[in-house]
Design a protein around this ligand. Sequence first.
Ligand code: SF4
Length: 335
Amino acid sequence: MAEGIVAGIREILPGIGTGVKEAAGVEPFAAALERRGLSLVRGEIATLQVNTGYLCNLRCRHCHLEAGPGRAEIMSRETMAAVVSFARRFPFRAVDITGGAPELVPDLPFLIEGLAPLAPRLMLRTNLSALSGAARESLLALCVAHRVVLVASFPSTNLSQADAQRGAGVTETAIAVLKKLNAAGYGVEGTGLELDLVSNPVGAFLPVFQESAERKFRKDLLRKWGVSFNHLYTFANAPLGRFRTGLLRAGNYERYMKTLVEAFNPSAVEGLMCRTLLSVSWDGFLYDCDFNLAAGRPAADLKTHVSEIRELPPPGAPIAIGDYCYACTAGSGFT
Ligand code: SF4
C-alpha cells in the first residue's frame, strides 16, 4: 500500500494565512502519513470539480463553505466560459458541478450545455430543495436531456434529524423533489438517469458504514415515500467553515478531531479524491479540492486562474494538506 504512493509531502505550516488552526494534541496530518510511510501526492487527474459559488437557499450546520442566502459569490458567465475552454483543452473523465446551490446561479444552463459534450460523466450536486418549484422545471429538463448525474445531499431518513442539520421543513421539500426526480426517470432502473444521495452525519460523529447506510436509506425511502435512488455515499463532516465554528462554540472541536484521528484508515489514502481531482473556485482559480478552497489554500500555493493553465499537475505533484484531511481518511474515506 505504502509503496503504491509516490513520496513527497508538502508540509504546510498550521494556520498560516488560512485562519485554520490545528487542534491541540492532534498529530499533524502530514506527520501521521510520514510515520506510516505514506504520502499524499497527485495521481492521474480524471475529474474536474467546478464550484459555482457560495450562494445557497439553505444555511446547513455542517457546511464547510459557509454557503447561504446572504452570499454574493457566484460564478460569472465569463468564468464559466473559461472553465468550459479549460475542459475542452484537457480530457476529464468526469466533471462535478457543486456549490453552494448551483441551481441558483443564473447561468448554470450555459455551464451545463458547455460541459456536457466534453466529459463522459457530468454531475450536478443539489440540496434538492433548491431544485423545487416551477422555476426549476427547465433546469430539470436540461439535466434529463444531457443525462446529467444528480448527486443530492440527504442527511437522514429521519425528518427531525435531517431538519436539525438543514432547517425546519427542508426535508419534506427534499422528499417532494425526490419524487419528482423519480417521475422524470431519475433513480429508476433502466432509464440511465442516475440519482445518487450523499449523507453527512447530523452531528459531531462519524458516518455509519456506507453499505449498511445505503441498505437502510433504500428501505426507508421506498417504504415511507416510495422513492428510489442509485447509490448512497456517506462522508464525515470536514472540520471547516460553519461546522468548525459550531464545534468550537460547543467546545467539541478537539474531541471531534480526536475521533477523526482515531478512525484514520491508511488504506483510504491511495483512493482520496484529491489525487485525481482538480477543483475550480467560483472566480476561476485552481484548488486541490473543495476543502482546500474552504481553507483558502490554492493549488501549488499559487492563485492560478483556469484560463492560464497550460498543463495539468503531473503525477507526483504535491497536494496542500491540513488536519481537516483527517475527515477524508476516517473509516472508508472520502474518495
Ligand atoms: S481535505 Fe481531503 S481531499 Fe482535500 S487534500 Fe485533504 S485529504 Fe485530500
